[in-house]
Design a protein around this ligand. Structure first.
Ligand SMILES: [Zn+2]
Length: 286
């Protein structure tokens, strides 16, 4: 599943390759790749035709292409294996090509949505005055957003009777932090994932947010990290990069700080990786 840095890498690719191009036509090769569109895939394709794509935008893991002067945007759902590829017209169709968008210019490339498992797709939505697709209006800003409010996040942490990793994955508090980067930021912060947030001090919240931003920026610097070999970024290069990880996926390997073997524990149908020495579990209250 791509996380924020991977999605940002795709967004940057789209900004470079498809922004400000006008759609000549769209072809839907698999109806399920067009989501939540009652009027059907042909109507979806028709609604893109003739419109210029604005600057591709992102909030958390959500990525969309604004359609200029329509008040609408195309939201991309990458799901587990979805890819947005910019390919030369003459490149052979991918085995799992679902949607093809051609442009009214002579640049010679087209946008393709490819998805092996058809969990992902594209959908068309009205946008709010600030350009956000209506279906993601409830999603909080992400920590790389210049308008993310650190103080409001701290106060929300204090108010909620929750634990730190649940809070990091709560998209109404902070968006774009998934399992991998939550474990990485918690390792850097020396915080156990079950630590209650009610007692967090401002410095502790600030340190945690700093580490969340650092791990994401580090991943961005190397083109995103992904554990799904099917995931390929918009230029067709693999975004796979794992050497920057300190906790996630390192069960049994020595902690890079103290050499204690990293542990893995089941957590909400996923796993949490942590160092039992650097990240002490909170004392259990009876
Ligand atoms: Zn350690």
């Amino acid at each position: 599943m791509p996380e924020l840095p991977e999605v940002e890498v795709v967004r940057r690719g789209l900004e470079r390759w498809v922004a400000h191009r006008t759609v000549a036509d769209a072809e839907v090769l698999h109806p399920r790749a067009v989501r939540r569109h009652i009027a059907g895939p042909d109507d979806f394709a028709h609604r893109l035709q003739g419109h210029r794509i604005g600057t591709p935008s992102r909030r958390g893991k959500y990525l969309w292409l604004p359609l200029e002067e329509t008040g609408q945007a195309v939201l991309a759902h990458l799901g587990m294996s979805g890819q947005l590829l910019v390919q030369p017209h003459e490149a052979p169709a991918e085995k799992h090509l679902r949607i093809r968008v051609r442009f009214a210019d002579a640049l010679g490339t087209e946008l393709r949505f490819v998805d092996q498992r058809t969990f992902g797709g594209l959908s068309l939505h009205d946008t709010s005055p600030d350009g956000l697709p209506d279906v993601i209006a409830h999603i909080a800003r992400d920590p790389l957003d210049p308008l993310f409010d650190d103080e409001a996040f701290h106060l929300a942490l204090r108010r909620r009777r929750t634990t730190v990793k649940r809070a990091l994955l709560d998209q109404s508090l902070i968006s774009g932090v998934g399992n991998i980067y939550a474990d990485e930021a918690l390792w850097r912060s020396r915080l156990h994932y079950e630590r209650p947030t009610a007692t967090f001090t401002r410095p502790r919240t600030a340190e945690l947010l700093g580490h969340v931003r650092d791990v994401m920026n580090a991943a961005l610097a190397v083109g995103g990290t992904s554990f799904d070999s099917l995931y390929v970024n918009v230029n067709g290069e693999s975004g796979y990069f794992d050497r920057s990880l300190d906790a996630y996926g390192r069960e049994g390997l020595p902690c890079r700080r103290c050499a204690t073997p990293v542990r893995r524990r089941p957590w909400m149908n996923r796993s949490s990786y942590f160092c039992p020495k650097c990240q002490r579990p909170p004392r259990t209250t009876p």
